[in-house]
Design a protein around this ligand. Structure first.
Ligand code: SF4
Length: 720
């Protein structure tokens, strides 16, 4: 008898947008994946990447059971043997070389997974190492840094209320391609269209005429990594032209005079040449922003993955605050999610930390309990006490995603031991001695802990498992729990009164937190209906709408004085570096590297790990270097030529794409490619290998304030 076709609803967890999807399936076979029209948040929106959920589930290259690297290739082993060997080796290395001899790197997919979000922290603690790294410092660390020093909590990051704003200023972000980042906004294209329909505008500032810029009301080219100057000039103009209007926030901001004094020299006239935007344009843009009924400034990757990311993110907040567009409808707002991580951690005092320890080689401070990923290779390669001898990687491919990937590749090769929790044998995990593959996507349950909290509207949704795993597979949380138990037992550190936690599953944990959250029914009076718990969500498979964002201040602040700090000393001090590097230095210091490299994003790609999906990667080559026609002509480069791009740390050969959508003096290569290395077992990705932009990015280029990698603005030279 033929099995019946059934329908399953869930949230796509491949990117930050949280689209509701409707999956038709029969038995264990996916028949179709479509947007869920009834999802109150995404309203039917979907992008081409959603099909990768099926492709990853069915991928013949995906690992399902543990494998060990041997001289004769990879061999499958039992979970018990794998856990035994991993724990034996990690503890032996720590016994011989000290706790910090084991390092851990957690990749970006971890924040998209319920199991790792809940069970990683106790696992990481069981490793007892200070050498902790993650994708945070390759991506959004400056946002956390500004939040911590201005609002008192590293997770208290405002999101643009795009659905109600009239003037949306977008800097260094391309939401039409990314679908929103640190701004969960499924169907952002429609939201931007609606903004224009109601008479509003959006303006894009970017060194590239991006997919978002093409639909904007105005676009201005800006020289890479000079955004801090533009923002300083805008804040300076607000003070100069008496445009500061704090509104309701007047009683909860401090250091207004300090801020005025700090920015007063950064006039539009002074920064115009360096940024490439005229003083008149900067002044008019500032006036338009300040005079709009509801405006919001939003900066993303181009601002946070550059040498002055901390300063940029502070200034974005200042711009919103000073114009009365903060914690108000249509401005930058905080969310109130049903699983309220900020509320919970504020209660327990886990608001973040800075400089609790420093790295051994470069002496850079840890933030939020982690060191910058850019220093990982030197901590492995530099001999001496505290050298990393073994690595654990969890759902990450830092060889492709962190600066100077070639160096990290060599570093991983030199390790005494490495274990990876991952579904692929990729550029990073090929160095592992053992790979422990978790279930993925459709085999897991999902509740978005992170992206509900970054969403432009408060909603809640739980996605159950679609396809049951087989008995010999393990979920990520089961792998992490097992490793932690064994590590603690081996280190004679039995669970200290936390046995109750060990009996909890992700579903039970989510239920418990929902019930005690702001819409729950145990501790708080429910905000709506009978209160949210896991059963409410079971009954609402499309999700539950909890309303538009609401003002949250001053209650949400966790600074000592419950005030917003407009001029944190540590950030203000960094302006000296901005001034010296950008205003005082001359271009003669380029050492022959006469172009600046930036990254770019494509709708059909998400970092490195979806490149084994044929339907996402096929077609025209997307891994090209974009170069302006004038720059191409002066180097005798024509469209389609293979050119050599060289930086201080390496070089790649890549196809040139000559286009006037890129600013003169700037070139762009997308990230996540470079699947040509020997030993990877991802057939489709190898066929569409591309080159890794991170073979050009420089591990020595970081934002010295926050430690985030400075991927954007890398000096390069191009030859035919
Ligand atoms: S935009 Fe993101 S969440 Fe939505 S379908 Fe695409 S990958 Fe999934």
């Amino acid at each position: 008898m033929t099995e019946a076709t059934q329908t399953h609803y869930r949230t796509c967890n491949l990117c930050e947008a949280m689209c509701g999807i409707k999956i038709e399936y029969r038995g264990n076979e996916v028949l179709s994946i479509k947007g869920d029209e009834d999802d109150p948040f995404s309203k039917g929106h979907i992008c081409p990447k959603a099909t990768a959920l099926q492709d990853i589930y069915e991928d013949p290259d995906r690992l399902k059971y543990p494998v060990r690297r041997t001289d004769n290739g990879w061999e499958e082993i039992s979970w018990n043997e794998a856990f035994d060997e991993v724990v034996e080796n990690l503890t032996a290395i720590q016994a011989e070389h000290g706790r910090n001899a084991v390092g851990i790197y957690q990749g970006n997919p971890n924040v998209h997974n319920l199991g790792t979000m809940l069970f990683s922290p106790p696992f990481v603690r069981s490793l007892r190492t200070k050498n902790r790294f993650s994708a945070t410092s390759s991506d959004q660390l400056p946002h956390h840094f500004a939040a911590f020093f201005m609002f008192g909590h590293q997770l208290l990051m405002p999101v643009p209320d795009v659905d109600r704003t009239d003037f949306f200023l977008i800097l260094g972000a391309n939401p039409i391609a990314s679908n929103g980042s640190l701004m969960t906004a499924a169907g952002i294209g429609n939201r931007l269209k609606d903004l224009q329909k109601r008479g509003g505008k959006f303006i894009v500032i970017d060194p590239r005429y991006t997919e978002t810029a093409k639909r904007a009301d105005a676009h201005y080219f800006i020289k890479p990594a000079t955004d801090a100057l533009l923002l300083l000039a805008m804040v300076c103009t607000l003070f100069e032209e008496n445009l500061v209007e704090l509104g309701r926030l007047e009683t909860i901001v401090t250091q207004l005079d300090d801020l005025r004094e700090t920015v007063k020299d950064f006039t539009p006239e002074r920064v115009a040449d360096v940024t490439g935007i005229s003083a008149d344009t900067i002044r008019q843009l500032t006036r338009d922003f300040a005079n709009a009924d509801r405006a919001v400034a939003y900066g993303r990757i181009g601002l946070s993955t550059q040498a002055y990311g901390g300063v940029c993110n502070w200034l974005i907040n200042c711009l919103n605050i000073l114009t009365g567009n903060f914690d108000e409808a249509g401005g930058a707002m905080f969310t109130l999610p049903a699983f309220d991580i900020v509320g919970l951690t504020s209660l327990t005092g886990q608001v973040g930390n800075y400089d609790r320890w420093r790295s051994r080689v470069r002496d850079v401070p840890a933030f939020g309990g982690e060191l910058p990923s850019s220093i990982m290779a030197e901590e492995i390669l530099t001999e001496g006490d505290g050298q990393i001898k073994a690595m654990v990687t969890v759902a990450g491919n830092p060889v492709l995603s962190t600066s100077n990937g070639e160096q990290l590749d060599e570093a991983f090769e030199s390790l005494d031991y490495m274990v990876s929790i991952d579904i692929y044998i990729n550029e990073t995990t090929r160095h592992a001695n053992i790979i422990l593959p978790p279930t993925t996507g459709l085999e897991t349950e999902h509740y978005d802990l992170v992206f509900h909290y970054l969403a432009v509207r408060n909603t809640a949704k739980y996605s159950p498992i679609l396809f049951e795993k087989d008995d010999n597979q393990r979920h990520d949380w089961q792998i992490l729990s097992e490793l932690r138990d064994r590590l603690e037992a081996k280190n004679s550190r039995p669970a200290r009164g936390k046995d109750w936690f060990r009996r909890l599953t992700p579903r039970k944990l989510v239920d418990m937190v929902l019930r005690t959250g702001p819409y729950g029914s145990w501790l708080y009076p429910p905000v709506s209906g009978d209160g949210i718990n896991i059963h409410t969500l079971d009954k609402n498979p499309h999700g539950v709408d909890l309303g538009a964002l609401v003002p949250m201040l001053p209650d949400r602040l966790t600074t000592d004085d419950s005030m917003i700090h407009l001029a944190p000393e540590i950030i203000v001090k960094d302006l000296q570096r901005v001034r010296e590097d950008l205003l005082d230095k001359t271009s003669a210091q380029s050492n022959g590297y006469d172009l600046h490299l930036i990254g770019r994003r494509h709708l059909r790609s998400n970092n490195s790990w979806m490149h084994n999906s044929e339907r996402l990667v096929r077609g025209k080559n997307r891994c090209t270097v974009m170069i302006h026609p004038d720059d191409a002509q002066s180097r005798k480069i024509t469209n389609g030529d293979v050119v050599t791009v060289k930086s201080r740390v390496g070089e790649v050969q890549v196809e040139a794409e000559v286009t006037d959508t890129i600013m003169r003096g700037v070139v762009s290569i997308p990230h996540g490619w470079g699947h040509h290395r020997e030993g990877i077992q991802m057939d489709v990705a190898s066929e569409y290998a591309g080159v890794s932009v991170n073979d050009l990015t420089d591990d020595q280029r970081i934002d010295e304030l926050t430690g985030n990698a400075a991927f954007n603005g890398v000096p390069v030279v191009i030859t035919k």
